[in-house]
Design a protein around this ligand. Structure first.
Ligand code: COI
Length: 355
């Protein structure tokens, strides 16, 4: 049971929702009417409020801008055929945000603040939640350091903000990815396991090079040897070799994806072998050559299940089996959609209804 907190609500005088088709908007560009803000100072959370979506007035000395003390989450709310709204595993996002906060020397966000703000926001912006088959409301909670100070030290003030946007598919088509052998995303002892802004900023240049070569994303490999795969773009990575689902094991270089965990739970529930372990580039290409690599896909909140149709490696491109033949990932995609839309039994209690 989550207690409510005192949230001051200022509603918009005019909703913008009728200006959009919420079931058909590009990802991440069209924001709902309201936002939730909580302010931290002097060692505690001071106040929380919901206001019309707006820019935040800020100093150019804001510490988040200079040293990247900034973390975020990605989560989704779904509307079913009866118009009922549910969040997918929101407490897992809350937990992960606090893991990120600890690593970045930022204050934790109490559950009642996170969930209380989110629930109020969803009630107010209900009309923005898509009801289409592949649509959802993408939710972006984030925490930024707000001290106006150029010295390098943890900020003493923070803002926790939640903004939301209706979203369809992140990738409209299956993706081609290339094995990255020069740059790396994360290193042992680093911050690869959390959702901090710098992890994404540093990925842009290698991704740009990949795009120029005709690939939508890179497959990140380990920083020391570039022999072992880690993630793909902003997603966790999964392979089906023979009948076994294989994904890199969690470590401090891999994000503990909530979709990743859900896919593994479903695989095991269906009696499939699901391995979390080191997986080398060599193993993948050997399996491919022997016709044993059946599926490759990325998992993530934004992308859900993103099919990988080709992998580039050492100036060669390897085509993977047609998406239509991929029994496991197609079934996972469908079952997850059915659970989210309230059409399949939610035996893992993943859905959190918003009353
Ligand atoms: C997500 O999958 O929610 C992400 O955070 C990835 C991306 C849009 C940054």
């Amino acid at each position: 049971m989550i207690d409510t907190i005192d949230i001051k609500i200022t509603k918009t005088s005019k909703s913008r929702v009728s200006e959009q088709d919420v079931n058909n908007v590009p990802f991440g560009k069209c924001f709902s009417d309201h936002m939730f803000v909580a302010e931290y100072a002097e060692g505690k959370w001071q106040k929380a409020y919901i206001q019309p979506y707006a820019d935040i007035p800020m100093s150019f000395a804001l510490s988040a801008l200079h040293y990247g003390q900034a973390i975020f989450e990605g989560m989704k709310a779904y509307k079913n055929e009866k118009g009922e709204v549910s969040l997918f595993r929101p407490l897992a996002n809350h937990n992960r945000l606090n893991i990120s906060a600890t690593r970045m020397a930022m204050p934790e966000i109490p559950e009642e603040l996170f969930m209380g703000g989110l629930i109020e926001l969803l009630r107010l912006d209900n009309a923005w939640i898509p009801s289409s088959e592949t649509g959802s409301l993408y939710i972006r909670p984030f925490l930024i350091a707000t001290d106006e100070a150029i010295g390098v030290r943890p900020s003493e003030s923070y803002k926790f903000v939640i903004i939301t946007c209706p979203a369809g598919k992140y990738y409209s088509e299956p993706v081609k990815v290339i094995v990255e052998q020069s740059y790396y995303r994360a290193v042992e002892g680093g911050v690869g396991y959390i959702k901090t802004a710098g992890n994404y900023g540093r990925s842009l240049y290698p991704t740009k090079i990949a795009l120029d070569k005709g690939y939508q994303q890179v497959i990140w490999t380990d920083a020391k040897t570039h022999q072992y795969v880690e993630e793909s773009g902003t997603m966790n990575l999964m392979f089906v070799i023979d009948n076994t689902v294989i994904t890199p094991q969690l470590s401090d270089t891999i994000l503990a994806g909530i979709t990743r965990d859900s896919v593994l739970s479903l695989a095991r529930d269906w009696g499939m072998k699901a391995e979390e372990r080191k997986i080398s580039v060599k193993e993948i290409f050997e399996a491919h050559e022997q016709g044993r690599l059946k599926e490759a896909f990325g998992t993530g909140t934004a992308a859900t299940i993103a099919q990988i149709i080709a992998i580039g490696y050492n100036d060669k491109e390897y085509a993977l089996p047609p998406v239509a033949e991929r029994k496991f990932s197609n079934k996972v995609d469908e079952v997850l959609r059915n659970i989210r839309k309230g059409r399949a039994e939610d035996k893992f209690h993943w859905m959190f209804p918003i009353k």
